[in-house]
Design a protein around this ligand. Structure first.
Ligand code: NAD
Length: 419
């Protein structure tokens, strides 16, 4: 039976490991954080998208978790899903990738397939990962096989999971690609072979840059549409009826999470470092999307002003403070700069989020409210930031609250104003 070790048991590595285990592969989830590994081995999931029941099923069908790297010596396949946060200077911090690769290099047996999935700039697999994995004793493409396969998981949505999201693979040699494609083909419905590792790395950054740039496009358009009294939301609905050549993106309070606002800068950082010039589309998208939270604050001030109120002293309720709907992740959430600015202007800020119980912003604790609809009715203004599925937007409208809908989830009119 094939022995797979998945290094890093977070948002990406855990679902991947459990999906492979489902198909009869013997899977060890290795995590350098002993508390994470111990909890998983005891059946406690720390990832919102993986329930304890799903984990229990995995534990019953060939999945184990450990913080002991000894498992790497036995592995036929190793998949690396460790974090690549934003490092100094705009590129990824590759510390965890290097540590994982060094560990593999020290323990790997000949014949093993080693796949990097962590998001990074094109060239990382060849220049950083492979040299550490093969050390002096193995030859890539002959005695060890190295590939990159981008992770496309989308936390919080349930339609496209590991099995039915096509997997792109690119090896350092054609044999590396072939082996990686064959392996993923055992538990993923569709596998796409890239020309090489660099193309697979680039594919991931293209996907996220595409998203970043298109969100920036509508976030810029929404400003002048408002000034010109054009309903951009309606225009997007109309444009979306074109059956080809258009993909709808809608404005919002800003981009968040640790992928969309971060990954494109890995590419611009690489271009700058290698070639000395700028990737201008990414820089512009960053400028526009970074300014989106301030634009929300400006519009909030306008709304209060219309009612002869100032931000200073206004009771403002923020609804949904995570970076996107239906997740508990606060990383890079636009709610953070929005709350920070509102506090600086003297607002009395409250929040509700079904996924967040405690929220500290700029060194201050923002108080949660238990009943969002009752709190909405008592607030001077409600700012809807993320339309979590649990929100009853009709009840919010019926509460009589003044709502500034920054995400276009409510029907505008009366006391409901859209971005
Ligand atoms: N979360 C997403 O939505 C998403 C989507 C696509 C791509 N990615 C990329 O996938 C990678 C992993 O992201 P994530 O969200 O799963 O991170 P995460 O922080 O949820 O999990 C990473 C896990 O790796 C462990 N770890 C750190 N260093 C390690 C090491 N050297 N050896 C073994 N374990 C180690 C950590 O303890 C942690 O449990 C990143 O490169 C990220 O950019 C994430």
């Amino acid at each position: 039976m094939t022995k797979l070790v998945v290094m890093g048991q977070g948002y990406v590595g855990l679902p991947m490991a459990l999906r492979a285990a489902e198909t009869g592969i013997s899977v060890t989830g290795f995590d350098s954080n002993d508390a994470v590994a111990t909890a998983l081995a005891a059946g406690r999931s720390h990832i919102g998208d993986v329930t304890d029941e799903e984990l229990a099923q995995g534990l019953a069908t060939g999945y184990t978790a450990t913080s002991d790297p000894g498992c790497l010596a036995e592995a036929d396949v190793i998949i690396v899903c460790v974090p690549t946060p934003l490092g100094e200077g705009g590129g990824p911090d590759l510390k965890a990738v290097k540590l994982a690769a060094d560990l593999i290099g020290a323990l790997v047996k000949p014949g093993t397939l080693c796949i990097l999935e962590s998001t990074t700039y094109p060239g990382t697999t060849e220049e950083i990962f492979a040299p550490r994995v093969r050390t002096d004793r193995l030859t890539v493409g002959e005695t060890v096989f190295v590939a990159f396969s981008p992770e496309r998981i989308n936390p919080g949505q349930t339609t496209y999971l590991v099995r039915n999201t096509p997997k792109v693979v690119g090896g350092l040699t054609p044999e590396c690609t072939r082996r990686a494609a064959e392996f993923y083909g055992r538990f993923v419905d569709a596998v796409v072979s890239a020309k090489g590792a660099k193309e697979a790395e680039m594919a991931k950054l293209l996907e996220n840059t595409f998203r970043h740039v298109n969100i920036a496009l509508v976030n810029e358009m929404v400003r002048f549409s408002h000034e010109l009294d054009i309903d951009l939301w309606n225009a997007i609905d109309c444009a979306e009826t074109k059956p080809f050549g258009f993909m709808a993106f809608r404005p919002g309070p800003g981009v968040g999470g640790h992928c969309i606002p971060v990954d494109p800068s890995y590419l611009s950082h690489r271009v700058k470092a290698m070639l000395g010039y700028s990737f201008r589309m990414v820089e512009l998208a960053e400028e526009v999307n970074t300014a989106a939270p301030q634009y929300v604050v400006d519009r909030v001030a306008d709304e209060l002003n219309k009612r002869r109120q100032s931000v200073n002293g206004a009771k403002i309720l923020l609804l949904g403070v995570t970076y996107k709907p239906n997740v508990a992740d606060l990383r890079e959430a636009p709610a953070i700069p929005i709350a920070t600015r509102l506090l600086t202007l003297g607002a009395d800020v409250w929040f509700h989020d079904p996924h967040v119980s405690k929220w500290d912003v700029a060194g201050r604790t923002i108080e949660p409210v238990a009943d969002p609809y009752a709190a909405a009715a008592a607030a001077d203004l409600v700012v809807l930031l993320q339309p979590h599925a649990t929100y009853d937007l009709a009840a919010l409208a019926d509460s009589g609250a003044h709502v500034f809908d920054s995400c276009g989830a409510m029907r505008p009119g009366g006391r409901i104003v859209r971005l």
